[in-house]
Design a protein around this ligand. Structure first.
Ligand code: BEZ
Length: 286
């Protein structure tokens, strides 16, 4: 993925000179020009030896600097890290993350903004899956850089349109601190002021507060929460049963015995397990 970004500054003022400039620039496969003091960013991608332009973005100089400075403040979370703790207002009262999770698993998930269509369906889906989270001892927590007041208003829409009751906390993200703490801001999703928004990040946190799964979907793609439940099932198989899960596994399918389990121990835990190769042992007794 040879992604590069071409920056072009242009101060042309008159429309015809813009058009001429456009033509010149397009001949060089670079960009079109819009207005005084603008930067035109054109990410290029290579495919089968050809370079072509994928997406046009027009970003004022001042915004680019602000975006960069905003993104530079972000920290990043990796698998195996202790989930950064935070205290924040939420739609369910003040929350201190670690204390709120207690002995439960957690799913901290961000979305771009309140009152947007895909996010409305996602939050509705999380609410509809209440019994699935509960049966796995999981607490979902939503996040966007909107205020508690926005969240509260929007929840009414979600409940009305998605036939559900949102009763898990949405964190007040108006100070962006959690987005910065977890590295949820995306350089390409900008708000009306041209500043980065969160996209669709998910952090699964175990009862020891260790981050066990991270995924990020683009703003335009709603997440599959059944897949997130499936991953939690798999993580819990490993945590509680010394089993891993093969490709496309679903609950009930044969699972894989962890390589760290000896054959002797495997015989006790999973009597009659199948050895396909010494390193590939399966069982459905779990
Ligand atoms: C949405 O939630 O519908 C959405 C948000 C940002 C970009 C695209 C879609």
């Amino acid at each position: 993925n040879n992604q590069s970004t071409t920056h072009i500054a242009c101060t042309s003022q008159r429309h015809d000179s813009k058009v001429n400039m456009n033509r010149i620039l397009q001949r060089f496969s670079v960009a079109s020009v819009v207005g005084r003091g603008s930067i035109v960013r054109f990410p290029e991608r290579s495919f089968l030896g050809a370079t072509f332009l994928t997406r046009r973005k027009i970003v004022p100089f001042s915004t680019t600097a602000r975006v960069k400075s905003e993104l530079a403040k972000q920290r990043h979370v990796r698998l195996g890290d202790t989930a950064p703790n935070f205290t924040a207002k939420s739609t369910e009262g003040d929350i201190s993350l670690h204390e709120y999770l207690g002995d439960s698993w957690g799913v901290l998930f961000s979305h771009p903004a309140d009152f947007t269509p895909v996010c409305t369906t996602e939050l509705g889906r999380v609410a509809q899956l209440k019994s699935e989270w509960e049966s796995r001892n999981v607490k979902p927590i939503g996040y966007s850089i909107n205020s508690n007041a926005d969240h509260a208003k929007w929840i009414q829409d979600i409940n009305e349109t998605q036939n559900c009751k949102v009763d898990f906390p949405l964190i007040d993200g108006s100070d962006k601190s959690v987005a910065l703490l977890y590295g949820m801001l995306d350089p390409d999703e900008l708000d009306a002021e041209g500043l980065p928004l969160t996209v669709r990040s998910v952090f699964v946190i175990d009862p020891q507060k260790i981050v066990r799964m991270i995924l990020t979907y683009p703003a335009s793609t709603g997440r599959n929460f059944n897949e997130i439940l499936r991953v939690i099932d798999s993580l819990q198989m490993t945590a509680y049963k010394k089993l891993a899960t093969p490709a496309d596994w679903n609950k009930g399918d044969r699972a894989v015995i962890l390589p760290s389990v000896s054959n002797e121990e495997a015989e006790k835990l999973f009597p009659g397990f199948t050895t396909i190769k010494p390193y590939l042992r399966t069982t459905d007794k779990y």
